[in-house]
Write a protein that binds this ligand. Structure first.
Ligand SMILES: Nc1ncnc2c1ncn2[C@@H]1O[C@H](COP(=O)(O)OP(=O)(O)OP(=O)(O)O)[C@@H](O)[C@H]1O
Ligand SMILES: [Mg+2]
Length: 350
């Protein structure tokens, strides 16, 4: 989706992706190699003018090696922070952004004391490599401790209070190299089984300003260049910081049709030193992920205001195979269009 946004800007792309069927391969040169493959990195550094990533589990050492040779945006500090839940939480605390109560847990022995401090219910989350709810275990009772520790396979983790939230919000923002920042409308997100199902950008949300303030602090602290997403829980009408994604984010996919400038184009503008584009919304919209299966394209294509994006990925349980954005002129029309979509693809609705 970055490459699709960059093509009209005249940008050319080279992708380093270890997967032979990388879905970006059709849109540029594909270096099919491990992220740390020296030959592939040499080619990347020889051909590229600027490098970015859209997956935060790229090894930090690789990012540092690339950043030593040419501009890498966002930079290694943002990547290092976004790779580690503990580093993220500590950053939020330093920036006076409230977070759910948590404790670092590096060893099984530390888990009992952490549970004492945090209370039940709680979530044990690995510090690294978690996504879509993977690398997490819920604790409802003390007896769940051993099982949870096994579930995270004894990896360094954090134990976090499971909060009862009113809503989940994310704030998408883009920061340019000169420090200019633009924010998208905050997005209300619904997850099922730890996987994002639906995103609804919210006009005039009472928490828009606060979300921007917190996100701005993070962007500044990381000297960030590019798009960043900050995920929040709303508890008692206030924001608690959950995690950041140092990249374009699933909860910003609606911006392709829904905003003046999509998150993908704005990320490219930021990292190539172009002025940032307008982040204002141009229609009311909703985004749904296609998990496990995608509805038949012909059925979707028959619906007004329904924009399918299929990634051409092979189905795997829990895998995101595409997303669908529904746009409308006003909330009433959106409601009608969502009813039409639900009639052909009820499984999309959380
Ligand atoms: N402390 C918590 N209290 C209540 N619910 C939580 C908590 N932490 C996580 N969740 C739920 O689980 C979802 C996934 O958690 P989180 O965002 O921490 O993990 P993730 O696997 O990195 O997800 P992703 O990278 O897909 O956003 C959250 O969006 C939320 O719905
Ligand atoms: Mg998350």
């Amino acid at each position: 989706m970055l490459a699709l946004a960059g093509y009209p800007l005249g940008l050319e792309f080279l992708f380093l992706d270890p997967s032979p069927d990388a879905c970006a391969a059709a849109l540029g040169q594909h270096l099919c190699a491990d992220y740390s493959d020296p030959g592939a990195l040499a080619r990347l550094c020889a051909s590229a003018q600027v490098v970015t990533f859209e997956f935060e589990n790229v090894p930090l050492a690789v990012a540092e090696r690339v950043a030593a040779r040419l501009p890498l945006h966002p930079g290694p500090l943002a990547l290092r922070t976004g790779q580690d839940r503990l580093a993220e939480k500590k950053l939020f605390q330093r920036l006076k952004i409230p977070v759910p109560p948590f404790r670092p847990v590096d060893r099984r022995e530390a888990l009992d004391a952490a549970l004492e401090a945090i209370g039940l219910p709680a979530l044990l989350k690995t510090r690294r490599l978690g996504y879509d709810g993977k690398g997490q275990a819920v604790l409802h009772q003390r007896e769940d401790l051993d099982q949870a520790w096994q579930a995270v396979r004894g990896q360094p983790s954090i134990l976090e209070r499971k909060v009862i939230f009113e809503r989940e919000l994310s704030c998408l923002a883009v920061r340019a190299g000169d420090g200019a920042v633009r924010y998208y409308q905050v997005v209300e997100n619904t997850h099922r089984g730890g996987i994002l199902r639906r995103s609804l950008p919210r006009a005039d949300d009472p928490l828009q300003r606060r979300a921007e303030e917190y996100t701005g602090r993070v962007l500044e602290a990381l000297s960030y260049v590019g798009v960043l997403a900050f995920e929040f829980f709303v508890v008692d009408g206030e924001l608690l910081g959950n995690e950041i994604a140092p990249r374009v984010h699933n909860s910003g996919h609606w911006s392709i049709e829904g905003a003046e400038t999509s998150q993908f184009e704005n990320h490219l503008r930021a990292i190539t030193g172009l002025p940032l584009g307008n982040t204002a919304t141009r229609s009311v919209c909703a985004m749904f992920n296609c998990i496990d299966e995608a509805p038949p394209l012909a059925a979707l294509a028959a619906l007004a205001g329904v924009h399918p994006h299929l990634y051409g990925k092979l189905p795997k349980p829990g895998r995101k195979l595409g997303h669908i954005t529904v746009t409308a002129a006003d909330p009433a029309e959106l409601e009608q269009r969502l009813t039409n979509l639900k009639a052909v693809a009820p499984e999309l609705f959380p």
